[in-house]
Each structure stands twice: as C-alpha cells, then as structure tokens.
Design a protein around this ligand. Structure first.
Ligand SMILES: *Cc1c(COP(=O)(O)O)cnc(C)c1O
Length: 350
C-alpha cells in the first residue's frame, strides 16, 4: 500500500536493508541433512530463548502448530482451545485433516480460558466410549482477542490444571515476544511451561517468512519427521534462517516500542472520540468498534484507506484493527491519530 500508513498487520513488513545483507551473506548447507549451520544456529538460539531443549525451523507458524498438535493427539481424540484461536479459526481445519483430531472451542475472555472450563471439558469420564480430551492449545498473545496477554499467574493455573488432567500443552506463541515485552519477563518464563511452543518470525520480528517449533529433544526429533511428511524439509534454508538470526539480534527489544506505539495511538483515538477499549490494548493491536459510529466495517475500511491509513477486519463483524510494526514510526502514529478520527467521525451520526 504505497503512500498509505499500513497498519493492517505486522505481517506487512519488508526485510530491512540490514536484514537483506544478512540473508545475502548467510552460510548455508543442506538443511534436510541437518547440515545448514545458519538453521542450526537459529534453532539453538530459539530453543534457549524459549527455555526448551530443542527447536526445529519450519516455513510457517501454521505448520509449526499443525506438527505440534499432531504430536500430541491421535485420530479421534479431542483438542481443546479457545474458540477464536488461530488453530481453530485460520488453519483450514488442519488439525482434523492432519492429526484426525476433533476440536472443542471454549468461550474465552480476552482469549483466555479458566481452569474450571478446562476441568469441565476434559474431566475423565466413567464411560470408556466417551471422547477423550488429550491436547490443550493456548495462544499468547491472542490474535483474535486483539493481542491480549496471559497474566503469568493465570497461565500457571491453567497449565497446571492441564497437567493434572494429563493433557499435552501447546503454546501458539506466534507473537510470544510481544507478550514477554508487555509483561517485562524473559520469553522462557512464559514458554518453558509448555510441552511445545510455536514462534513466528514473520510477525513483529520482521522476517519474510519462517517459524520455529520448540520442545523437548524427544518431541522435536519426532517433529523433524512430521516436518518431512508435511513437505517442509528444506535445502539451503539458511538463506531464510539468517533473517531470523538477524531479527533475534536486532528486532526483539524493539517490540516494546511497537507495544508503546499501539498504546499511544489508542489513547489519542480515545481522546478524539473513536470507540477504543483502552483496557484491551496490551500489545501491538488497537481494536476499534465501528458499530457505535453507525458504520459498516467495509465502509470504515474504505474511508480509512482513502484517507491514507490501512486498517483491517477482524473476526468480530464490527471491529477493525490497527497493528503497529517495525515500519511504523512515532510520526506515523501521530498522523494516524489524526487521519483515523478524520475518516471515521466525519459526517457520522453524532
Ligand atoms: C500469524 C499467526 C499464525 C500463523 O503464522 P504463519 O507463519 O503465517 O503461518 C499462527 N498463530 C497465530 C496466533 C498467528 O497470529
């Protein structure tokens, strides 16, 4: 979207010139034979960052989630997840297609579910023929809830309940590093509690593509086999992994800036009279409900685009979102804070 402040998603970023240089200079080998030193380095770095024994590089976070859930569940077993989570909404029923899992979506609050909900859904039954819940997937930050963060104490309760119920626990941490920046804790503090963790490189980290699945050495060994089955075993993949290594060195600390810029934008919008729930702005998303303005979301997005600012739709029919990322500066936020009210409030119902 040239000439437009592009707040549609943190996936819109282009590799920076420095990242492109790292890509160009990458030392590479045959990844499938585990001979690509840059891939190996990235995997080791991410395993350490997440407090897990090992990690495997895959092309997308979707593939990382799909592999993880397949490792945790057998056909006919049940996956529990918050009803609007990425694994249930945006992965084309992959867990049914790939893992043969049934799914049970639990209604969350801010993308979070409670130990009581978990217990009610997964309590062992007395009837041998009943469905068997074996896997829990949590999301942090939670995309469809607007980038919401799990408080650590709440996460602990749910994960320990899941362990009591003997479930495998997966974290879809595509934007985990935005969560750790928001909480001011090391990523491992959050991620080490899980059996498997997905981390996406193409969101706030600004890489062109790529993701990692981390877990115990044993699980990640099995993940390598699944990755091959998915067609995800690559060759000189260090070309892409180099962007990931570069991002770990240069784009992690700055995620706090994205979170702060979203906060600044949200506050300015609220002051201008745009319907934003400030309590929900915890990371790099700002969600705007256009219903109180008497607007349809499609109209709202066109008005915004015409005014020079790109926002995007969400799963909620009247809610649109602005997402900050590494190409968005303080200046952009200042301009967006004027353009958005100008576009949304002009000539609407007073
Ligand atoms: C974007 C996203 C994914 C998938 O990432 P891809 O690399 O695009 O496949 C998975 N989970 C969450 C929460 C996401 O936001």
């Amino acid at each position: 979207m040239p000439g437009v402040i592009d707040l549609r998603s943190d996936t819109v970023t282009q590799p920076t010139p420095e990242m492109r240089r790292a890509i160009a200079e990458a030392v590479v080998g045959d990844e499938q034979k585990r001979e690509d030193p840059t891939v190996t380095l990235l995997q080791d770095r991410v395993a350490a960052l997440l407090g897990q024994e090992a990690a495997v590089f895959v092309p997308t976070a979707t593939m990382a989630n799909q592999i993880a859930l397949k490792l945790h569940g057998r056909p006919g077993e049940v996956l529990l997840a918050e009803e609007h989570s990425h694994v249930l909404v945006y992965e084309y029923g992959g867990v049914a297609a790939h893992a043969g899992l049934m799914t049970l979506g639990l209604r969350g609050s801010g993308g979070r579910i409670s130990p009581e909900q978990l217990r009610a859904a997964a309590a062992p039954s007395t009837k041998a023929a009943d469905q068997r819940v074996t896997v829990l997937s949590l999301e942090n930050t939670h995309n469809n809830a607007g980038g919401r963060v799990w408080p650590l104490a709440e996460l602990d309760e749910v994960v320990s309940t899941a362990r009591e119920l003997e479930l495998g626990v997966h974290l879809d941490g595509a934007r985990l590093l935005n969560a750790s920046a928001a909480l001011g804790v090391e990523p491992a503090e959050i991620a080490s509690r899980f059996d498997t963790v997905t981390l996406c490189l193409s969101k706030g980290l600004g890489c062109p593509l790529g993701a990692l699945l981390a877990g115990s050495r044993e699980l990640i060994d099995s993940a390598w086999r699944e990755k091959h089955l998915f067609g995800g075993a690559m060759r000189q993949a260090g070309i892409v992994a180099a962007a990931g290594v570069y991002a770990l060195d240069h784009h992690v600390e700055r995620l706090a800036d994205d979170n702060a810029r979203a906060r600044a934008l949200a506050e300015a919008l609220a002051v201008a009279g745009v319907p934003v729930d400030l309590d929900q702005v915890e990371t790099n998303f700002v969600q705007i409900d256009v219903a109180p303005l008497g607007l349809e979301r499609g109209d709202a997005l066109v008005r915004l685009r015409d005014a020079g600012v790109g926002l995007s739709a969400t799963i909620h029919p009247t809610v649109i979102r602005a997402v900050t990322h590494l190409e968005i500066t303080d200046d952009d936020v200042g301009r967006a804070a004027e353009l958005i009210p100008g576009a949304l409030l002009a000539g609407v119902r007073a």
